[in-house]
Write a protein that binds this ligand. Structure first.
Ligand SMILES: Cc1cc2nc3c(=O)[nH]c(=O)nc-3n(C[C@H](O)[C@H](O)[C@H](O)COP(=O)(O)OP(=O)(O)OC[C@H]3O[C@@H](n4cnc5c(N)ncnc54)[C@H](O)[C@@H]3O)c2cc1C
Ligand code: SF4
Length: 332
């Protein structure tokens, strides 16, 4: 590991100024991803600014039904929060489906959203990887890509985004709150926060240098809707998603879908909001046939590689089963 300096920030402005003004400085939250990448030589910060002492560690449930989750709220606190479990159960389920108890105690909300891909070539500095070293090539195209993306990919990169929590947050129209040095703030919908790889896979989000995530806001959940998160993985625990889905759904008195929101994990470089499927299902009866057809339409633009095409059928099955589970199979 390369030598680096360490500082503990006590105020947001001091932290943001230090990271903005110091070349190759990075924020350190729980460190469960960043420190691993430093050990592997993938991340080589000159300075780590520890932000765990900043005042972003609370969950604020508001009277209008929205909630503001501080960026330093740990994954354990988030998944155990009563209001989250009761009103945003898909978020709690997604967090609990990730990592391990020990890791979740340390890992934070902001860090989870910014964790890097688990593509094995990204983590191996001896291999070509456009995301780690722009212009070097993509070893996954001809190599191990079974776990990688089928939607939103480019010739430069086919990595997936690994976060579970980001998937229900995308379905719930979450908004990410940001702060720059100098005190300017801005808010970005989570679905606009992440970037597709295109020719610049090294750029994964709209974050500017030194910008700090201060929190994530979830608007009030749609009235009367049920929601859940389902994750398919190789092992029951301690494994990233092959495919996952967050679904939010409600049916009206006539049995048609009055609300349907879907987001997918494990299939794209970002938490993938399945808008095409949503459009096809809105106002329809949630029959198995309608769900399968809509799910398949979502993958019309997929570009599978030889060893990850199975993800499409898996996702179609998972979307169908999850929505039927949520709305009680009404209309079948
Ligand atoms: C063995 C293992 C299994 C795992 N399994 C899963 C899984 O199944 N699902 C899943 O979702 N995750 C999984 N994880 C990932 C884990 O959840 C993340 O490592 C964790 O959420 C990252 O949070 P952190 O606070 O430790 O981030 P850090 O490692 O401290 O930071 C990550 C990145 O975010 C930046 N950063 C952190 N906070 C902020 C902020 N507020 N503003 C701006 N930048 C910031 C840092 O500079 C760094 O670049 C796993 C991790 C491990 C080690
Ligand atoms: S898929 Fe992306 S992260 Fe993986 S080797 Fe290719 S460029 Fe690197």
């Amino acid at each position: 590991m390369k030598p680096f300096a360490y500082e503990r920030a006590t105020a947001p402005e001091a932290a943001a100024t230090r990271v903005t003004d110091t070349a190759d400085a990075m924020y350190l939250a729980g460190g469960t991803n960043l420190v691993d990448l430093m050990k592997l030589g993938v991340a080589e910060p000159t300075l780590l600014v520890d932000i765990t002492g900043l005042p972003y560690d609370s969950i604020e449930h508001r009277a209008d039904g929205s909630v503001l989750i501080g960026s330093l709220v740990s994954n354990s606190v988030l998944s155990g929060d009563r209001g989250i479990r009761r009103r945003f159960p898909a978020v709690a389920e997604a967090v609990l489906a990730g990592a391990s108890g020990q890791l979740r105690t340390r890992a934070t909300t902001g860090g989870n959203l910014l964790q890097r891909t688990r593509c094995v070539y990204f983590q191996d500095v001896t291999k070509a990887c456009n995301k780690r070293e722009p212009g070097s090539g993509c070893s996954a195209l001809e190599g191990s890509h079974r776990d990688l993306a089928v939607l939103g990919t480019s010739d430069a990169c086919v990595a997936t985004h690994p976060s579970d929590m980001a998937v229900p947050m995308a379905a719930l129209d979450a908004v990410v709150h940001l702060r720059r040095a100098g005190g300017d703030t801005r808010s970005v919908p989570l679905t606009d926060f992440y970037l597709l790889p295109g020719d610049t896979p090294e750029r994964e989000t709209v974050l500017e240098a030194g910008e700090l995530i201060t929190g994530v806001e979830l608007p009030p959940p749609p009235a009367g809707a049920a929601m859940c998160y389902r994750k398919v993985r190789d092992r029951w625990s301690y494994a990233f998603a092959l495919v996952s889905v967050a679904a939010v759904a409600a049916t009206g008195p006539d049995g048609t879908l009055s609300e349907i929101r879907l987001a997918l994990g494990g299939v794209a470089p970002l938490p993938w909001r399945a808008r095409r499927a949503e459009e096809q299902l809105a106002g329809r009866r949630p029959t198995e046939e309608a769900l399968r057809s809509a799910a398949r339409a979502e993958f019309a633009s997929a570009r599978p590689l030889p060893r990850n095409a199975f993800k499409i059928d898996l996702a179609v099955d998972l979307i169908t089963a999850t929505v039927l589970e949520l709305v009680g199979g009404e209309g079948r």
